[in-house]
Design a protein around this ligand. Sequence first.
Ligand SMILES: Nc1ncnc2c1ncn2[C@@H]1O[C@H](COP(=O)(O)OP(=O)(O)OP(=O)(O)O)[C@@H](O)[C@H]1O
Ligand SMILES: [Mg+2]
Length: 257
Amino acid sequence: MTAPIITMDRVTRRFGEQILAVDNMTMDIKEGEFISFLGPSGCGKSTALKMIAGLLPVSAGTIEIADETDASEQDLAFVFQEPTLMPWATVFANVYLPLRLAGVKRAEAEPRVMAILAEVGLTKFAKSYPRALSGGMKMRVSIARALVTKPRILLMDEPFAALDEMTRSKLNNDVVRLAKDNGLTVIFVTHSVFEAVYLSTRIIVMAARPGRVAADISLDAAWPRNDDWRTTAEFAVQAQSVSETLQETLHVDDLDH
Ligand SMILES: Nc1ncnc2c1ncn2[C@@H]1O[C@H](COP(=O)(O)OP(=O)(O)OP(=O)(O)O)[C@@H](O)[C@H]1O
Ligand SMILES: [Mg+2]
């Protein structure tokens, strides 16, 4: 058994007296897992992700990230729903930013930036400005910017929610490929059962009020999957089952209130 890369032990986050955004979240995440946090609005998905990223302190409990052997590399990267690019800077400059902030000289950074732009299919757009890019391309820049530091863990908070269905499917495939090729551990927040089932090796279903883990589902279907898998009976059965689990958590909430 390999040691977990992320260990969450009774992690709790309150906002004021009233709101228990995340209640007693305990889980081990192993290297190479592709995990989705799936649940209704307000169930604490973003709060949990931000605590794992160290962007938000916990109210109680602990989160441990296993030590990286090479201390010069960054452990963790975050991709938000909005690509949040600098509009006045080129695609190259946007992707270079985290390395620049880490003190890496431009000449040294250039091959790394160009390599990651190639991985997301944006080589030809290195000199373009964000305004000249489609929503999907901006999101690719945002993903490239996250990956340029060679993180081991990639945290994504509803990255494709604002994109059309076809772009979203394409980016789903890209993210899985990047995760596999780079040996990433991914936590991916989504509202979509289909997206969670397609992408993940494991789905954490969350429930609201208080935000908590309602189910922990392993998806055993061969991974990575391709678009053909979306039309298989296996996919339909998994989606149905996850959907029912999600419905049950909503139902319990309805009874509570
Ligand atoms: N900074 C904050 N101050 C006060 N309350 C907050 C804050 N951030 C989140 N909350 C509350 O914590 C709970 C969980 O919020 P969170 O944003 O984590 O949910 P979510 O599952 O990401 O929802 P969504 O799917 O809408 O993004 C909600 O009740 C929310 O109102
Ligand atoms: Mg959220």
